[in-house]
Design a protein around this ligand. Structure first.
Ligand SMILES: C[S@@+](CC[C@H](N)C(=O)[O-])C[C@H]1O[C@@H](n2cnc3c(N)ncnc32)[C@H](O)[C@@H]1O
Length: 235
């Protein structure tokens, strides 16, 4: 494929972490086929001193180091040579949480993803580039790389040609485009029909598509109500 459908540049102190898990299975095959592209640039390469310093101690005191704005800015300029229209995002526990809705938006644009380390990056470079801060969840990781990979994996599997059956991504948890919209997915069963004394629910063996659909929808509603009542829309 000449023109990938989705392009990303990761800015990181550990480019050897990429593509990592994104180089195998569905995402890896799609990368090989050129359905999407990924570059990982080493932020340290944009440092200008002889020790390749990227961080400094925080003004106002405190523990840890902060990544310098001039070096992050130079790395972003480097990334823009690859993706001139790339949207600059910063993986950050302070950011908006990744959701399926967000992935649907992001899969249609080039992304320049800043992966922080230490205490994070200087606020001025976040403001200067109007970066959108994106979080993997309410916990703190050692760096932004794993969060960036989760974001990329979620985007890539939505691209046409990545997952064999197109409806696989419209029928699952959080999908916005099916009768299960906004619900967690119903339970799955496969062979054998009886295992450890546990039966496959009768509707799934009925061969009646309407009955199967109704059972799955009911299960999806029950599971969502029990586990994530916050997802159920208030009418
Ligand atoms: C040790 S963390 C810094 C945490 C920061 N001092 C705070 O308290 O919010 C280093 C880097 O890991 C990344 N990171 C940590 N937790 C993350 C999360 N939940 N989602 C996305 N990125 C995260 C960010 O890029 C962050 O700059």
């Amino acid at each position: 494929m000449n023109n990938p459908l989705f392009n990303a540049v990761a800015l990181t102190l550990f480019p050897e972490m990429f593509p990592g898990p994104l180089g195998i299975s569905l995402a890896g095959k799609a990368l090989d086929k050129g359905i999407w592209s990924l570059n990982a640039l080493n932020i340290r390469d944009f440092s200008t001193d002889k020790h390749s310093t990227v961080d400094a101690s925080p003004y106002g005191g405190g523990t840890g180091m902060v990544m310098r704005p001039d070096i992050i800015d130079a790395a972003i300029t480097g990334a823009k040579q690859i993706l001139p229209h790339g949207k600059v995002i910063y993986m950050s526990p302070r950011g908006i949480p990744i959701t399926q809705f967000l992935l649907e938006e992001f899969k249609n644009q080039d992304l320049i993803i800043v992966c922080g380390r230490f205490e994070g990056i200087d606020q001025r470079v976040i403001d200067h580039h109007d970066m959108l801060e994106i979080s993997l969840g309410d916990f703190v990781l050692s760096g932004g790389e794993l969060a960036a990979m989760a974001l990329l994996d979620g985007c890539v599997r939505l691209l046409p040609g990545v997952i064999g059956k197109a409806d696989a991504v419209t029928q699952e948890s959080f999908a916005s485009t099916s009768e299960y919209a906004g619900l967690l997915e119903y339970p799955h069963y496969t062979r054998p029909p009886e295992w450890m004394g546990r039966q496959v629910p009768a509707p799934l063996l009925s061969g009646n598509h309407e009955q199967i659909k109704a059972w799955r929808l009911e299960q999806a509603k029950l599971i969502t109500a029990a586990r994530r009542p916050d997802l159920i829309k208030k009418e």
